[in-house]
Design a protein around this ligand. Structure first.
Ligand code: NDP
Length: 458
């Protein structure tokens, strides 16, 4: 009886959201992925139901939207849209990256900010969830254009953020270069030097291991899943998608652990190197993507035996996921593994998926993994290493301390192990067996819900 009440409550919340935000499918998908996990939690905690925690937690505390005008190298005035969403600040100041990509909309950022609430809670650090960005596309833009864009973006954003309010970081299209320009603008506008952005360079308050943290963390999480499943990453053939920050360092850690990454991609296509991407080849990719800002297609021209395949956007599946493998690390973007891709992965022998990207597997793909017993690490748990080390960067900045590489890496490993443990424990406790998707949703929710309850109704 109580179960059916909780489950109808969840359905009501979802239906109301669908009616309110019909133009935000990514956000609805992210919420739809979380709330079914909460049915047994609401059953056990009627106080959450009485305080309408569920209805409150799916609405952002605030959404900022602003114009960003900037001048390109030809002297033309361009206009983009800027956003910053503070989704939930119950357990700490808003924390989450900025995404600069033409696909950015309010709905995409709401999905990312919603995920971030649960992810940040899982890290055990005192950070709330937020996200922001712009539909500006830095690809093909000069450093001067990117700088002017970032300065104009910060000219509005600076009055809404701060080291105790909201601490942005990088995401797709926002790497060290962009964080540097954004931080410089904030510093000039506010006349302060504070830990207001993470992912900063080492010369101005950054932390060692922050660039590596998301990719390394996704592999540490995979290693935990593999060990608990009686398997090993050593010798495993791994599919990696993307070739940006997360993909590069996931590949680096895989190589270090004796695994064999064989694919990488960008939004134009993907490469397959059956001989494996070794340290030297990866160093070449890092130079290609981070210095020359080239395309992954060039890999196949450089290394014999490797092939390049352009992406066919009209196809219902991506052949990258058909390559025979043991493990998959989607590290590009949302919804890159659909049902057909998940089936291809299973048929190709894949037994583990660890998500470096946010929401890369759609619900049909997740159902396929569940049905076939694939060890599945959802993004909000598996890619939490980045934000966890961002929180460590904040601690170092506020204490004016600087920890060495080994210390930060050990803390990162400890945090990833802990997230795995908490998720596995919550899954078992709330009747979801070994399902880490449900487990991470429950574990992430409980801390935020208790904090909201304690703080009264806002
Ligand atoms: P980068 O901008 O460094 O790299 C993104 C990569 O994904 C690029 O190779 C890019 O190709 C590719 N890509 C982007 N959009 C698409 C698309 N629509 N279709 C296919 N490929 C695409 O970003 P990150 O590596 O930082 O981020 C990757 C993922 O990881 C994102 O989902 C992000 O939200 C998530 N993440 C990142 C964290 C971080 O610390 N950076 C933390 C946690 C999650 P191209 O060069 O052609 O654009």
């Amino acid at each position: 009886m109580i179960e059916s009440t909780s489950s109808s409550r969840v359905d009501e919340v979802l239906t109301a959201l669908e009616a309110r935000y019909p133009d935000q499918p990514d956000f609805l998908q992210a919420v739809g992925e979380v709330v079914p996990s909460l049915v047994p939690v609401l059953e056990r905690h009627p106080e959450f139901v009485e305080s309408n925690i569920l209805e409150r937690i799916v609405e952002p505390e605030r959404v900022l939207k602003f114009r960003v005008s900037w001048v390109d190298d030809e002297g033309h005035v361009n206009v983009n849209r800027g956003f910053r969403i503070g989704f939930n600040g119950a357990i700490g100041p808003y924390k989450g990256g900025l995404r600069f990509h033409p696909t950015v909309t309010e709905g995409v950022l709401k999905f990312l900010a919603f995920e971030q609430v649960f992810k940040n809670s899982l890290t055990g650090q005192p950070i709330g969830g937020g996200k922001g960005g712009s539909d500006f596309d830095p690809r093909g833009r000069s450093d001067g254009e990117v700088m002017r864009f970032c300065q104009s973006f910060m000219a509005e954003l600076y009055r809404h953020i701060g080291p105790d309010t909201d601490i942005p970081a990088g995401d797709i299209g926002v790497g060290g270069r962009e964080v540097g320009y954004l931080f410089g603008a904030y510093r000039k506008l506010t006349n302060t030097f504070t830990g207001v952005l993470t992912g900063r360079g080492l010369e101005y308050g950054g932390s060692l291991i922050r660039p590596e943290a998301t990719g390394y963390g996704a592999v540490y999480f995979a290693d935990e899943m593999a060990r608990h499943g009686g398997r090993s990453l050593e010798g495993a053939t791994c599919l990696v998608s993307g070739s940006g920050n997360v993909a590069q360092f996931a590949a680096e850690k895989l190589i270090e652990l004796g695994a064999r990454p064989v694919t990488l991609s960008d939004s134009s296509g993907w490469i397959h190197d059956p001989d494996g991407i070794d340290r030297n080849k990866l160093a070449w990719v890092m130079e290609l993507k981070n210095e020359r800002r080239g395309r992954i297609s060039e890999y196949a021209d450089e290394f014999t035996g490797a092939s390049y395949h352009a992406t066919d956007r009209s196809a219902s599946s991506n052949p990258l996921w058909s390559v025979k493998s043991d493990c998959a690390f989607p590290c590009a973007t949302q919804n890159e593994i659909l049902g057909a891709d998940a089936r291809n992965l299973v048929e190709g022998g894949c037994w583990l998926v660890s998500e470096g990207a946010n929401m890369p597997t759609d619900p049909t793909g997740q159902a396929v993994f569940r049905e076939h017993g694939v060890l599945y690490g959802p993004g909000k748990a598996a890619n939490a290493g980045g934000v966890a080390v961002s929180a460590l960067e904040m601690s170092q900045a506020s204490q004016r301390q600087f920890w060495d590489r080994g210390e930060v890496d050990r803390k990162l490993q400890g945090i990833m192990k802990n997230i795995h443990e908490m998720s596995a424990h919550a899954a078992a406790e709330y009747g979801f067996g070994q399902d880490l998707l449900h487990g991470s949703n429950v574990a992430g929710f409980l801390k935020v819900a208790r904090a909201m309850l304690a703080q009264g109704v806002f």
